[in-house]
Ligand binder design. Structure first.
Ligand code: BG6
Length: 495
């Protein structure tokens, strides 16, 4: 992959994301030989600090957060010499004019020319501000620029459909859609990318991939952590805005999409958005029947006492924000008509894992009716994390007995002899070369919000005093078990 020399400007450079994800990703890109000569990385933030202090802070974060250790000093030295700090106020247009000047005069400027990648790693309320100010300083994508100007936008992208639309409009005034890279870091995970290869690179699974053979699909993103210190953000968002609208919807579209015409970004994204378009906007009644929301209460998790959600820092004592959500969706198209997709995610659960379960129809029991009430369904489990793999569950005979038992065929994706990049490494690399398959397109974001907005609306109408509680360290509220049980189904066992 040939990356052109580029100046990457990170807005929000003193933030968590820069330290935990972005710089470790650049370090690994450098280490693996992906960064050409003539790159520059400029941190833009308000904090008063010298270039040296900025670099030292990042070096420390690398020690703390890099997924490979120890840090290779020669790699760091090579990267560090192209790291710069630009003190600036996100709301002050003049600071962007100074940034433009800095970009013209950096030692690497003759190499990267006007190849600029602007990374919005700020609080989301600054996304439109930065975009507008880039425009005012002439740093936007426009005719006459000698190079490519691109914009990476972190999540959350809006808080509902109207705000996402308005953000799209603001961004489109300064960057055309092909230059905008909306991050959903789940798309950078290896086993998420593998979904397309697995589905369309085999001839034995795809013929079964529809309503005739599949009974239902489960998508679980379970997390053990509580909301920690993120109360201020989380209480405004909740599980449906924080996880469902983006990460779960992305998994949902990749599992349900039709084969694309090609592996080009637009072909793939066209198919993903078609899936979302085929999900009818649920009525309030349907939402209340087909969704579960809950909060973690008090309890013990991993040996530690957990405060109930309402007592977390910067969370309203009367909060109705969900830390767990489960939603049953249907897709009104030829392939999936009548097949439920159950999506669930929650904090403070007993297990940390992400998994997609394809559950096939139950085989008829006629032959074994004398010994069994029913035969287990076949399951295909695609484990996204932490231990990436694909597992096929099927029935076999118990040796020496006329009985049936469930067997398992396991594929583990991670191998000793393969380097396993982190999501951000792949995403940064793709943004640097202008490859947008693994980024969310404007219409995808909006379609996902349409569905989540309907859920939010119905919940608002419910006027509850408090949400159902679940115990930290459990797999969520009983209501979510019940949602499947009443349809004769059950959640897959955690790994
Ligand atoms: C983020 C959410 O987008 O994804 C967090 O804001 C969540 O609440 C995180 O914990 C999960 O990502 P991962 O990669 O750890 O599964």
């Amino acid at each position: 992959i040939k990356v052109p020399p580029t100046a990457v400007v990170i807005f929000g450079a003193s933030g968590d994301l820069t330290h935990r994800k972005i710089i470790p990703a650049f370090y690994h890109l450098q280490k693996n030989g992906h960064l050409p000569d003539g790159m520059a990385i400029i941190g833009f933030a308000r904090r008063e600090q010298s270039e040296q202090q900025f670099r030292e802070g990042l070096r420390q974060s690398l020690e703390d957060f890099s997924h490979t250790q120890p840090i290779d000093q020669s790699v760091w030295t090579a990267l560090e010499s192209h790291l710069y700090y630009h003190k600036g106020d996100l709301s002050n247009p003049e600071d962007y004019v100074a940034l433009a000047e800095r970009l013209r005069t950096l030692p690497e400027a003759s190499a990267f020319r006007e190849n600029h990648l602007f990374y919005l790693a700020t609080a989301p309320n600054f996304f439109p501000v930065v975009a507008e100010n880039l425009g005012k300083a002439g740093l936007h994508a426009r005719e006459g620029v000698t190079g490519c100007r691109r914009l990476i936008v972190e999540k959350p992208f809006g808080t509902d459909l109207p705000s996402a639309r308005s953000l799209n409009e603001t961004l489109h005034k300064v960057f055309p859609e092909r230059c905008i890279f909306r991050i959903d870091h789940y798309l950078g995970k290896e086993n998420v990318q593998n979904l397309l290869y697995f589905r369309f690179g085999n001839s034995i699974f795809e013929p079964l991939w529809d309503r005739r053979y599949i009974d239902h699909v489960q998508i679980t993103v379970a997390e053990t952590q509580t909301i920690g210190s993120r109360g201020g953000y989380y209480d405004m968002a909740g599980a449906s805005r924080d996880m469902l609208q983006n990460h779960l919807m992305q998994l949902f579209t990749l599992i349900a999409m039709e084969p694309p015409a090609s592996l080009e970004a637009e072909s793939i994204r066209d198919e993903k958005v078609k899936v979302l378009r085929s999900v009818p906007t649920p009525t309030s009644e349907e939402v209340l029947r087909n969704s579960v929301r809950a909060q973690y209460g008090p309890g013990i998790l991993g040996g530690r006492t957990v405060r109930p959600y309402r007592e977390e820092d910067r969370v309203s004592r009367r909060s109705l924000t969900e830390t767990y959500v489960c939603l049953r969706l249907e897709i009104d198209n030829w392939r999936w008509s009548g097949v439920p997709f159950y999506l669930r995610t929650g904090k403070a659960l007993s297990q940390q894992y992400t998994e997609i379960c394809i559950v096939f129809h139950r085989p008829p029991c006629v032959l074994f009716a004398h010994s069994l009430k029913h035969i287990a369904r076949n399951w295909l489990k695609i484990r996204i994390q932490p231990i990436e793999g694909i597992h096929l569950l099927f029935n076999t005979k118990v040796p020496a007995q006329p009985l049936i038992q469930e067997a398992r065929m396991n594929f583990y994706y991670r191998r000793q002899d393969h380097y396993f990049p982190e999501a951000y490494e792949r995403l940064l690399l793709d943004a640097l070369i202008g490859e947008s398959t693994l980024f969310t397109r404007s219409d995808e974001v909006e379609q996902a919000w349409r569905i989540v907005d309907a859920v939010q609306e119905a919940w608002k109408e419910e006027e509850l005093d408090r949400l159902p509680l679940y115990a930290p360290g459990s797999m969520g509220p009983v209501e979510a078990e019940e949602l499947l049980r009443r349809e004769g189904r059950r959640w897959g066992d955690p790994p």
